[in-house]
Design a protein around this ligand. Structure first.
Ligand SMILES: N[C@@H](CCC(=O)N[C@@H](CS)C(=O)NCC(=O)O)C(=O)O
Length: 234
């Protein structure tokens, strides 16, 4: 059986799917588009976005839909609780991660000059882009995603305001955890993976790193989710 994830390596949504595949012990390959392939890759998805999973010929787009396909195909271990109240919490947290936290990381990583050149450099590296483009692309990417972030709202905030809102969201993660190891119930769920995928991108920014460092419970949870969902040796 062949399982291929069409992805951008730096995308939190692709990280989310890779980690779900890891937890479910599915062997898979990843394919990042070369620059000339980006449009063709995006056409695999009705929304024009990655990730897209090719599961032995079945094509599924959108990280949330991919995860639910994987949950149905590989139910063990479960990442969505059977209990309807807990499953509802997972759904709400996944949507908060994907639709709110995402725009913090997008704005900070792709539109702030403190982070964008390095992050875009990683993106272009994966796309095997020519050296010349590496010099030009960060500006174009910052402009393009600057418009996206401004339209969504978070990108229109002055930086201190955005960081204040971000801190409230980071405090919400620690508040949800309390003394527990996982966000929902007593085991790892999709909520942990979805929120982790965005939080770790925020942690990778110059401005986000100290905010997470200042919250030891949050840092410990990030490491716990990483250990539980990363690639296992052997
Ligand atoms: N809701 C989608 C979001 C996917 C998404 O936004 N992917 C971004 C990369 S992080 C993308 O493909 N963007 C294409 C573009 O900006 O042109 C999911 O969960 O898969």
């Amino acid at each position: 059986m062949a399982v291929t994830l069409f992805q951008f390596d730096i995308s939190p949504f692709c990280d989310k799917v890779r980690r779900v595949l890891n937890v479910k012990r599915v062997r898979f390959d990843t394919r990042d588009p070369r620059l000339t392939e980006v449009d063709a890759f995006k056409k695999k998805s009705p929304a024009g976005r990655l990730p897209v999973l090719d599961h032995d010929g079945t094509i599924i787009a959108d990280s949330s839909d991919i995860v639910r396909f994987l949950e149905a195909t590989y139910p063990d271990p479960p990442l969505i609780p059977a209990d309807p109240a807990l499953a509802a919490q997972v759904q709400v947290l996944e949507d908060w991660a994907d639709e709110s936290l995402y725009f913090f990381e997008l704005t900070m990583r792709l539109t702030w000059e403190t982070n964008a050149p390095r992050v875009v450099g990683d993106l272009l590296e994966a796309a095997k882009a020519p050296a010349l483009l590496k010099a030009v692309a960060p500006k174009q990417v910052m402009q393009r995603y600057g418009k996206v972030a401004a339209t969504q709202g978070i990108g229109a905030m002055p930086r201190p305001m955005l960081l204040k809102h971000l801190e409230r969201n980071l405090d919400a993660i620690t508040g949800l955890l309390g003394p527990r190891d996982w966000l929902v119930g007593d085991t790892l769920t999709l909520a942990d993976i979805a929120v982790y995928a965005q939080a770790v991108c925020i942690q990778g920014t110059l401005e986000g790193a100290p905010l997470i460092e200042a919250r030891p419970t949050l840092g410990a949870w990030i490491r716990r989710v990483d250990t539980a969902t990363g690639v296992r040796a052997g």
